[in-house]
Design a protein around this ligand. Structure first.
Ligand SMILES: C[S@@+](CC[C@H](N)C(=O)[O-])C[C@H]1O[C@@H](n2cnc3c(N)ncnc32)[C@H](O)[C@@H]1O
Length: 288
């Protein structure tokens, strides 16, 4: 069979097994199996595949059909135009998170001086590293409770040559991060623990401690918004990823602890990031 025939069959198969990006999944897995770039597949559509190539590819497609995320199968994922190592110890970087990073970079670039940033629940390090890459005036302190995730984040920081500006600490929320911050970013777990059984297989395949939170999913985001003010410089901002189901609980914490907040939407138009700004001792409030 040729590459184009194999792609057609495997994309149909993956679609029947619940993938909503079946053609893309088939191409990414085939490029990985053949050690090609995905675009190179198009130049080789008529090439016949050997039995051993087909065997390796079939095994990947079978695992994908059972719900393993493509990023775990190929070991990496693109986020904000950068390639990140991904293992089953970390959440797969999600394009929905890019709106948070874009806003963080915008805030950092508005500043004429150095910007101290915290990234709480860093996972693969994708938020911290992308901010460091795109805003050279930032220095970032990132925390996670998972030792394994921090090892992945450390390798990603080296891969993108920002280890000198991305410091990784293990512990709960901001507790291991010393000093005060201009900007706090967080993509903490916000899936209701009770929702576990109704989630797609590729979501459930990711680490439970990266997905679920108590309090209907809102507990960690709300606790961060309660605890962050004692770690902020005057006029600092917090950017917290969430979804609509936890927004009202998070907004209650923001009203209690900050002078203002607003909600940013992701590329799909969904409410995705709560931006809150802290009280400053003068009369001039920062404006969004
Ligand atoms: C949703 S994942 C996000 C990972 C990464 N920031 C991203 O956007 O892809 C949440 C991360 O928070 C970490 N985490 C969970 N509870 C935490 C806590 N109490 N303190 C610090 N990190 C925590 C998890 O280990 C996981 O790596």
């Amino acid at each position: 069979m040729t590459i184009v025939e194999v792609l057609k069959l495997s994309a149909d198969y993956l679609q029947k097994h619940g993938s909503d990006s079946s053609r893309l999944d088939a191409e990414v897995l085939l490029a990985h199996a053949l050690k090609l770039r995905r675009l190179d597949l198009y130049l080789k559509f008529d090439h016949p595949m050997s039995e051993s190539e087909l065997g390796a590819y079939r095994a990947l497609v079978a695992r994908r059909a059972k719900g393993e995320p493509v990023a775990y199968l190929v070991g990496h994922k693109e986020f904000m135009g950068l390639d990140f190592e991904v293992t089953p110890d970390v959440l797969v970087p999600n394009p929905d998170t890019e709106v948070l990073v874009q806003r963080a970079v915008e805030i950092a670039r508005e500043s004429s001086g150095p910007v101290r940033v915290a990234d709480v629940g860093t996972g693969s390090g994708c938020i911290a590293i992308a901010i460091a890459h795109y805003a050279k005036n930032t220095e970032i302190w990132a925390s996670d409770i998972s030792r394994e995730a921090l090892e992945v984040a450390g390798r990603n920081a080296s891969r993108h040559r920002v280890s000198d500006r991305v410091h990784l600490e293990r512990g709960d929320l901001m507790q291991p991060l010393a000093g005060d911050f201009d900007l706090v970013c967080a993509n903490l777990p916000y899936v209701d623990v009770a929702a576990g059984s109704s989630l797609p297989a590729e979501v459930v395949a990711q680490p439970a401690r990266a997905l679920y939170a108590e309090g209907g999913g809102a507990a960690l985001v709300a606790r961060l918004l309660d605890e962050a003010p004692s770690h902020l410089k005057p006029g600092a901002r917090v950017l917290a990823e969430l979804d609509a189901s936890v927004l009202s609980r998070a907004a209650e914490s923001a009203v209690r602890n900050f002078s203002g907040h607003r909600v940013l939407r992701d590329v799909g138009g969904r409410e995705r990031v709560l931006e809150a700004w802290s009280f400053i001792p003068t009369n001039s409030e920062p404006r969004p």
